[in-house]
Ligand binder design. Structure first.
Ligand code: PGA
Length: 252
């Protein structure tokens, strides 16, 4: 049985506070969620204001980052509990832009994941993906299995706890070069098998969704629709326009 599809907008650091609120208003007006779960990940400062706007809609709020401690002397960081208080239902962990620009490493991703899973109502979206160089060296399978192992090793999900894994090949992000449908099918199979190894069959089948990210748009979303193991999408550039984002959702 296929799982409920989820489409997650990643606004990155593209919008200021007023712009975030304006886009949230457009989402609330234009996005028909239907059977699809829809999440908007706003920048930290905009979370509460965007949450207020989305309250009247079925669109959920997500954050783009989190810290692994709950309280203390960690200047500039935000705890999982604070994200919950701000109204977040989801949080992105280990996006490749953070791994690249903020030097987020395997251990940090693992600690963040553990901290988020201590809160059963905050759902982590764990990003994995290979660079172009790794792809060209035919190391993709190894790299993705390793990233999953480093993130999920030793993790045990409690009953009904949900997780999302976003497969985002780095060469596909923001380039207009989305992955080929056959390739995403293969990669999601590999990710699914790794999650079975790491979390157990039951949890992997019932509590994990594997989504694709990287240049998803209304032009290519149809080519992924029929693939059973693609449980949804993480959308960057195409989420900046409410009408375009709504089209992606309505075509699922
Ligand atoms: P993109 O970004 O859709 O612009 O490629 C996706 C992401 O980085 O999450």
């Amino acid at each position: 049985m296929s799982k409920q599809k989820i489409v997650i907008a990643n606004w990155k650091m593209r919008l200021g506070l007023a712009e975030s609120v304006a886009l949230a208003r457009q989402y609330a007006a234009e996005v028909k969620t239907g059977a699809v779960e829809v999440v908007a990940c706003a920048s930290e400062v905009a979370l509460t204001a965007v949450g207020e706007v989305l309250k009247g809609s079925a669109i959920k709020l997500g954050a783009q980052n989190v810290f692994w401690e709950e309280k203390g002397e960690y200047t500039g960081e935000v705890a999982p509990q604070t994200l919950l208080e701000a109204g977040c239902a989801y949080v992105i962990i280990g996006h490749s832009e953070r791994r690249q620009h903020l030097l987020e490493n395997y251990q940090m991703v693992h600690q963040k994941l553990k901290a988020v899973l201590d809160h059963t109502t905050l759902v982590p979206i764990v990003c994995v993906g290979e660079t172009l160089r790794e792809k060209e060296a035919a190391k993709t399978d190894y790299v993705i299995a390793d990233q999953l192992q480093q993130a999920f090793g030793g993790i045990v999900l409690v009953a009904n706890q949900q997780i999302v894994v976003a497969y985002e090949p780095i060469w596909a992000i923001g380039t207009g070069n989305a992955i080929k449908p056959d390739d995403v099918n293969t990669m999601h199979e590999i990710i699914g098998a790794s999650l079975v190894d790491l979390l157990g069959v039951d949890a992997a089948k019932k509590q994990a969704r594997v989504i694709y990210g990287g240049s998803v748009s209304s032009n290519n979303v149809d080519s992924f629709r029929a693939i059973d193991n693609v449980d949804g999408f993480l959308v960057g550039g195409a989420s900046m326009n409410a009408e375009e984002f709504a089209k992606i959702i309505s075509s699922l």
